[in-house]
Design a protein around this ligand. Structure first.
Ligand code: PLP
Length: 444
């Protein structure tokens, strides 16, 4: 098959991989991120106007999967992973749209990528009969989404995969901590006496430990996996196509941004030829991207803590893919995108004002994007914008409720998780502590 795409590393020093190999590996062996050799071209008329989100995803992703053993499974993978609504809702008082990505099992957009990755890994053949242990370091949302995606469920084929979640003890919201610890069975949570960076370092050390890997087969599910990035394109394509059919115009998006996975998916949809207009990145006080887009050199740094904690990123991991997308031409890249920072005061003000004046409640991450919409409208802009809502406000009740003065309704899937009992084992913030724990588990 001549049109089977190959996947290359952004650093150019790893052999080309098939899609299945790239998804199974996560990171390329040279430390780079996998990208397709070239992005395919699609046309709005390729898509079924009556189709579901899963149908749109299957059409959109078919060229990426062409020739791969997973290709024949793609419609089933999409149906399994994208089985919840992703509505494009009108926000009447700003004449704008809200793309709600939080109707999945853990109430944040990471459900889309985690469930798709799980659906792929379930179908990829493995030579090893021992269970595969997926390590996830999380500052909150990723761990829950990955846990929920791999948790053994009646009716879903058992994948012989178990998930170990590492999170910084005391540094996630109480509801996030409960979510992380409520799975049990093949999903275990470790509360690490350290920061998110410690969790990430411990996971990397375990993955790079060849001796440990011989005894305990390990993999990762972090946000740089193509298996998480590719499916995130589906909701942008689905929403933009629906808007274009109805209004005959391209839809512009404002995307709350941390590691750039969600926003990059939006840009790729535009690059494929679908009707996405302008893309704006809404960042919190971590200003690495806004400073780059203002013309300064790219300068990754340590993250600072903000109210939008899932976006507390000082060195966005997908920046390499973003540069690749524009042929490493920073001038072209700066022309194609726009990024702005919103500090905690701006987040607070936006949450309180929209609740008071319009009865609309957003999560702190979504508030950064809503703030940029407010700035645009205040400057006289009348373009069609969609604000991307990345999580349900009930996940961040400690931030949101004091600003509203009343409780936020909890969505039913989240409420069900909060009713289950939860537990997490304590672990020291040392690489050796994780290694010892993994070896003990494997022989237990
Ligand atoms: C992960 C996350 C983000 C940031 O997404 P990136 O893909 O890392 O840019 C924004 N909001 C919420 C709620 C998240 O969980």
């Amino acid at each position: 098959m001549s049109d089977t795409p190959r996947y290359l590393s952004t650093r150019g020093r790893a052999p080309a991989a098939t899609l299945g190999e790239a998804i199974a590996a996560g990171l390329a062996p040279d430390g780079g991120l996998y990208v397709p050799e070239r992005l395919p071209a699609l046309d709005p008329t390729d898509f079924d106007a009556q189709g579901t989100l899963a149908n749109t995803a299957a059409t959109l992703l078919a060229p990426f999967f062409a020739g791969d053993p997973l290709a024949s499974e793609l419609p089933a993978i999409c149906a399994e992973a994208l089985d919840f609504p992703v509505p494009l809702r009108t926000l009447p008082y700003r004449d704008a749209q809200v793309l709600e990505l939080f109707h999945g099992p853990t109430a944040a957009f990471k459900d889309v990528g985690a469930r798709f990755l799980a659906a792929c890994l379930r179908r990829l053949p493995r030579a090893d009969a021992r269970p595969l242990t997926i390590l996830v370091a999380t500052s909150g949302d990723t761990g829950a989404a990955v846990g929920a995606a791999f948790h053994r469920q009646p009716g879903v084929p058992d994948s012989n995969v178990r998930v170990v979640i590492l999170y910084p003890d005391g540094l996630v919201s109480p509801r996030q901590a409960h979510q992380l610890g409520c799975f049990g069975d093949n999903v275990q949570a470790l509360r690490v006496a350290g920061r998110f960076d410690d969790c990430q370092r411990m996971v990397k050390a375990a993955l790079n430990d060849a001796e440990l890997q011989r005894d305990v087969p390990l993999s990762s599910a972090n946000s740089i996996s193509l298996g998480r990035l590719l499916p995130q394109m589906s909701y942008y394509a689905h929403a933009a196509l629906a808007f274009w059919r109805e209004r005959g115009a391209a839809l512009n998006f404002i995307v709350p941004t941390g590691n750039l996975g969600n926003a990059l998916a939006c840009l790729w949809v535009r690059a494929l030829g679908l009707p996405v207009g302008e893309v704006r990145l809404a960042c919190n006080a971590n200003a690495t991207l806004p400073e780059f887009f203002a013309g300064r050199d790219y300068a990754p740094r340590e993250a600072i803590a903000t109210l939008a904690n899932a976006m507390d990123v000082g060195a966005p991991s997908n920046f390499e893919r973003l540069r690749w997308t524009f042929g490493s031409d920073d001038v072209a890249l700066r022309h194609a995108l726009h990024a702005e920072s919103v500090d905690d005061a701006g987040i607070r003000h936006t949450l309180a004002a929209h609740a008071r004046e319009h009865g609309e409640v957003f999560c702190p991450h979504t508030a950064t994007a809503v703030h940029l919409l407010d700035r645009l409208r205040a400057s006289g802009d009348t373009q069609p914008w969609a604000v991307v809502a990345t999580a349900h406000p009930a996940k961040f009740e400690q931030v949101v409720e004091p600003l509203l003065g009343h409780p936020v309704d909890v969505p039913s899937a989240l409420a069900a998780m909060l009713q289950r009992s939860a537990s997490a084992e304590p672990l020291a913030a040392a690489d050796a502590a994780l290694e010892r724990w993994l070896r003990e588990q494997a022989t237990a």
